[in-house]
Design a binder for this molecule. Structure first.
Ligand code: PAF
Length: 295
């Protein structure tokens, strides 16, 4: 089924089945057009739109998938209340360079009897993987399925979900998936808060307090620029700044190798800072890359 999306002519077409998606991509594929995929769960914000623009710059056809993937949510998580607003998403995509929106329902993605899962090891095990068992199994499975469905040449992911990006890269490398993976810079609100669909859960007060996250990352960058190399001291100072958001529950603050995601003791080269906290019950993650001047 192919539906022409509502009123704005610059809006993308929307397809809801794999057959229709493949049909819509057949012609550009034959013409050797480069196909870009931006996988999303909808509730699109400027961060997503920047991925769509990046895809538009590099590709002949840009597909945006909008699918809230149940298998990456634990039973205790926010699947039921995760924001779903397809009409607003289509409107937001108008003029951003998206050609096609793939918005399947659950039955289209997980057919009855679905029993195959992608379990990425290594980079998926720590941090989010430890606190959210099966989360990355769900992410890797649906991303691989989306890759199979759209067969893109390139796929675009935000660096905001830093560990997810590494998990996708690991899967693509390990399973010889013929898709180039692009990581795109985190887009922030004017107060520094990293854009996320889950920011919609924050009260105005929590949103104000959440500024402390990006401020703590700036502190880490300043420390490294000023010569600090001791990871435990940098973590201590990040902690101190994050406490400005108090009461805040800290899941983890860590300095890690940017590819293996293993903790490091000293900032000797490019290092990722990963943090995850909960403010008023809303879980927020953020990260930055630290590059010592000599690295
Ligand atoms: O980052 C997201 O929005 C999701 O994890 C993704 C990659 C679309 C898979 O459901």
């Amino acid at each position: 089924m192919i539906l022409k999306a509502t009123n704005l002519s610059s809006q993308p077409k929307i397809v809801t089945t794999v057959d229709a998606l493949r049909q819509a991509l057949r012609q550009p594929r034959r013409a050797l057009g480069r196909i870009g995929l931006v996988p999303t769960m909808g509730a699109l914000h400027e961060g997503h739109l920047s991925l769509v623009r990046a895809a538009g710059d590099e590709c002949d056809v840009t597909v945006v998938s909008i699918y809230v993937n149940p298998s990456q949510f634990a039973p205790t998580e926010d699947l039921a209340r995760y924001p779903r607003r397809l009409e607003a998403d289509l409107e937001a995509l108008g003029g951003c360079g998206a050609d096609l929106v793939f918005a399947p329902d659950d039955a289209e993605v997980y057919r009855p009897g679905h029993a195959t899962w992608v379990a990425v090891g290594g980079v998926a095990d720590a941090w989010e993987g430890r606190l959210r068992p099966n989360h990355f199994r769900g992410v890797a499975t649906v991303v691989l399925k989306l890759f199979q469905m759209a067969q893109p040449d390139v796929a675009f992911f935000g660096q905001k979900d830093f560990q997810q990006l590494q998990v996708v890269r690991q899967m693509v490398a390990d399973l010889n998936v013929p898709v180039e993976v692009r990581g795109c810079a985190t887009v922030r609100e004017p107060n520094g808060l990293a854009m996320s669909s889950r920011n919609a859960y924050l009260s105005p007060n929590a949103r104000r307090r959440a500024r402390a996250l990006s401020q703590s990352l700036v502190r880490a960058e300043e420390l490294v620029a000023g010569g600090e190399r001791d990871a435990s001291e940098i973590v201590r100072q990040i902690h101190e700044v994050v406490q400005a958001a108090a009461p805040v529950e800290i899941d983890y603050i860590a300095l890690v190798h940017p590819e293996t995601l293993e903790p490091i003791a000293e900032v000797a080269g490019c290092t990722a800072v990963l943090l995850a906290v909960r403010i008023e019950g809303t879980r927020l993650i953020d990260n930055t890359l630290l590059t010592p001047p000599s690295a």
